[in-house]
Design a protein around this ligand. Sequence first.
Ligand SMILES: *[C@@H]1O[C@H](CO)[C@@H](O)[C@H](O)[C@H]1NC(C)=O
Length: 131
Amino acid sequence: MKGVIALLLAALCFEGLNAECPDPATLKDDYGSKLCAQMFEHSSYYYDESCTGNFLYVYPDEDTPIMSWAWNNRISSLVVGRGCSLTVWSKSKKQGYKKKFSAGIVYQLKEVQKGLFGDWNDSISGYYCTC
Ligand SMILES: *[C@@H]1O[C@H](CO)[C@@H](O)[C@H](O)[C@H]1NC(C)=O
């Protein structure tokens, strides 16, 4: 009996794994338009609680070398749509460190290395997205 419950719980937890971050294969805005990427204010060590807070929709071929004050150095997790790629810079006007993300979910930008000692949490200052 205990084993069955443990199995059930494991199944539930596994199901919940992608609960918060949207699926790269079906990434859309509120009106159903295809997105290139979606970027989120918060992240979590618990992957099913990642992709939270305010978010930014990124459309195909969007080029934003300078982010608004409100979003500069604020992104902590992101999703890149199927067949798309998102390039980000750590400084505005495509300066500083550069990183290219292909389709998929980045639950924690904190886990993505920037340079020798840094990471990409709250470090994106510009981006370009293409599909
Ligand atoms: C990301 O950076 C922000 C601001 O410094 C911080 O509040 C947050 O805890 C960081 N996230 C992680 C996962 O360390």
